[in-house]
Design a protein around this ligand. Structure first.
Ligand code: SF4
Length: 688
């Protein structure tokens, strides 16, 4: 084995090649231990779940052993991240740096979903005037013309256009439904096919969880064969698996495909079939018959989704998920949905698909035949998805089914396995020799058990194939951070909680004068607080930046970094996707402990799963899941050894409930002070 471990050590050790060649690189024992653990995982064909706290330098710690392994053994290594930001950092910064350190050309490539690439067939159709464009669409096409002619990657990331133009990207983006596949005349220029070819030649493929899981879903037909996998940001992998491996039968996706074929309103008839009729008069009878089937399919799709709405409890103003309970499945409204599907929708779609295939055969050799085949494939996929949900999974205890509702109306019916572990095992883990799962937050009270169980890895742990490693952050949290709990806050379930939150926030904003971020668990609560506090901030010359109100994620972060008097309010991505080093962030406020809503299908799935096992779902899912998210949120504060700051928690459950200990024991900050609101200002000023 050419002293593989020794080589890895030679790069990462104190005075090693990384320290010699990479400016600003600081050797850390934690990083060296992690790099060696990754190397042993590769060498011994095992699996590793590793937590590497903030500042360990986890990316280099797995890239170096992965690169040396790939070079020595000609094995492909796939690295998957959750966020585009990390994927980009590895491609644009870390790997070019390592290329310099290693002293030879590395063979790596980036793999993304097809919708990131321009489709040459769609683009050429637009240039040839085959598609009528609306005014905004014309502006977009004009803006990308010179780029499209010269781009080598066809990747949308090269375009620096504003969102009001980028919203039309779908016009030229590669997509499954419109892809001509073998019949495409631009296969030699196709950017997606080039990306697939470059994966075959690469030692290292840098992809994201979305594409990795799509590959699992389509029986490994996207990525080339690989046996070595590193999953970074692995704390998100369970949720990503649940969402990406779910089936979704959508009202609007179905109508979109059907209306591409044929749509009739009071004044006109439009659609691809109508276009075909004018060019192929001898097929007009066949096309008319098919048009009638499309028209019927549109009506039946609407009828079926209208029937679903009869089972909903909430009014027009709400977006929500309605989990189908065993009781729902016995109710009249659901029996109607099932009958419409079984007796009307499905037989009609089958007839329509047969007719479309007949027309495609008649058009063999013509460009239109390729187009029609693409639409037929898209409709077949919808038919398969509807069948999986309404004819199969709806009857399984191991699956959960729900309706996605927008403004009180059902817009999709979805189903997912309550535990995606079996699918991951069959389609992913079993094919691997070595697997590394890493994140800054995997362990709960230093245990990986929940993580291993939820990712379907328990059998590997029992067999002794699964190792774990916990490397704490090298930062001095005792000196750098303090956590305050405001002990006289009302319970978060109290009606006066939100009002009190606004008052404490106003105190904090005034005393800090900016450099403060507030993390909410609910968008509605954040918006109400922002509405209340905006005039206050304006009066005191504080810049309030609110997610979903004051700009996109990246621009909010830039604004926050650029103005010392800024207050940032966020939900979701701000709990984990934001990296504010240095003097930028001094005070982090956590409004509530981040328990998920029980109406979240992901939550319901785990609730069902643990109940089926006879286990307590709060202890096994809700609590550890919230503790990991809390740890992620708290982790936003200290990003380097020079940072110093305070976390303020407004949820007294942290100190009043027994389970609060799980949250406290899971974070690196051990200075915890419980105080009344009146003392907060003085304490913060003293600490900061
Ligand atoms: S092969 Fe598909 S994605 Fe590629 S250019 Fe042709 S139609 Fe577009």
């Amino acid at each position: 084995m050419n002293n593989y471990l020794g080589l890895v050590q030679g790069f990462m050790e104190s005075g090693g090649k990384m320290e010699q060649c990479l400016e600003g690189f600081i050797h850390r024992d934690e990083q060296l231990r992690f790099a060696k653990a990754v190397a042993r995982t590769f060498e011994n064909d095992t699996f590793l779940a590793a937590e590497a706290g903030t500042g360990v330098g986890k990316t280099y710690a797995y890239l170096v052993p992965a690169l040396i392994w790939a070079k020595q053994n000609q094995d492909k290594v796939v690295i998957s991240t959750k966020t585009k930001a990390l994927q980009q950092q590895i491609i644009d910064s870390d790997l070019p740096e390592l290329e310099r350190v290693m002293g030879y050309a590395l063979k790596y490539t980036e793999a993304k979903g097809r919708d990131n690439y321009v489709c040459w067939h769609k683009y050429q159709n637009i240039l040839a005037g085959k598609k009528r464009l609306e005014p905004g669409e014309t502006d977009f096409v004009e803006a990308i013309l010179s780029w499209a002619e010269v781009t080598k990657s066809g990747d949308r990331k090269e375009l620096a256009l504003k969102q009001d133009l980028m919203q039309y990207w779908g016009l030229i983006a590669a997509d499954r439904n419109n892809c001509q596949r073998e019949m495409c005349s631009y296969r030699d220029k196709c950017f997606r096919l080039k990306m697939i070819k470059s994966m075959n030649k690469a030692d290292l493929i840098i992809t994201n969880h979305a594409l990795l899981l799509s590959d699992v879903l389509v029986d490994n037909s996207i990525l080339p064969e690989f046996q070595y996998l590193i999953i970074d940001e692995a704390h998100t992998f369970t949720r990503e698996s649940f969402e990406r491996l779910a089936h979704r039968f959508s009202l609007y996706d179905t109508l979109n495909v059907l209306e591409v074929l044929y749509v009739k309103d009071k004044r006109s008839k439009k659609g691809y079939l109508f276009h075909l009729r004018s060019s192929y008069a001898h097929l007009s009878a066949m096309i008319d018959e098919t048009g009638m089937l499309v028209d019927k399919a549109i009506k039946l799709t609407r009828k079926m989704f209208d029937a679903m709405c009869k089972g909903l409890k909430y009014g027009d103003e709400f977006n929500f998920s309605h989990i189908l309970s065993p009781g729902d499945k016995k109710r009249e409204w659901f029996a109607d949905v099932h009958e419409i599907y079984r007796r009307e929708w499905k037989p009609n779609i089958d007839l329509l698909l047969n007719k479309l295939r007949d027309i495609t055969m008649e058009l063999e050799g013509q460009a239109e035949g390729g187009d029609l085949m693409g639409i037929t494939n898209a409709l077949q996929e919808i038919d398969d998805t509807a069948f999986s949900i309404l004819a199969e999974e709806i009857h399984f205890d191991e699956s959960i089914t729900w309706l996605d509702c927008l403004k009180g109306k059902a817009v999709a019916i979805c189903s997912a396995a309550v535990h995606s572990g079996d699918k991951l095992n069959q389609q992913l883990y079993q094919k691997l020799k070595a697997l590394v799962l890493v994140s800054a937050t995997l362990a709960i009270e230093d245990s990986f058990d929940h993580f291993i169980d939820r990712n379907g890895l328990s059998e590997y742990a029992k067999e002794g194939k699964m190792e774990t490693l916990l490397e704490h952050s090298p930062f001095d949290y005792q000196k750098q951070a303090c956590l305050y709990v405001v002990r006289d806050m009302p319970d978060p379930s109290s009606q006066v909680f939100n009002r009190e939150v606004n008052q404490v926030l106003a105190d904090i904003f005034l005393s800090q004068g900016g450099q403060t971020m507030v993390l909410f668990t609910s968008k509605k609560h954040m918006q109400e607080a922002a509405a209340e506090l905006r005039p206050f901030c304006k009066k005191h010359k504080l810049k309030l930046l609110v997610q979903h109100e004051d700009g996109e994620f990246a621009s909010l972060v830039e604004e926050f970094k650029g103005h010392g008097n800024s207050i940032l309010m966020g939900v979701e991505t701000f709990w984990e996707g934001i990296d504010l080093k240095g003097e930028v962030l001094k005070c982090l406020v956590i409004v509530k402990l981040p328990f998920r809503s029980p109406s979240d299908p992901y939550c319901s799935a785990w609730d069902r799963y643990y109940k089926m096992q006879g286990k307590n779902s709060f202890a096994n899912f809700m609590l550890p899941d919230a503790a990991v998210r809390f740890k992620q949120g708290v982790g936003r504060l200290i990003r380097s050894e020079r940072d110093r700051g305070a976390v303020v928690v407004l949820d007294t459950r942290l100190i009043n409930r027994n389970y609060g200990a799980v949250f406290k024991n899971s974070i690196p900050i051990k200075n915890l002070i419980s105080l009344p609101r009146t003392e907060l200002k003085v304490q913060l000023e003293q600490w900061l």
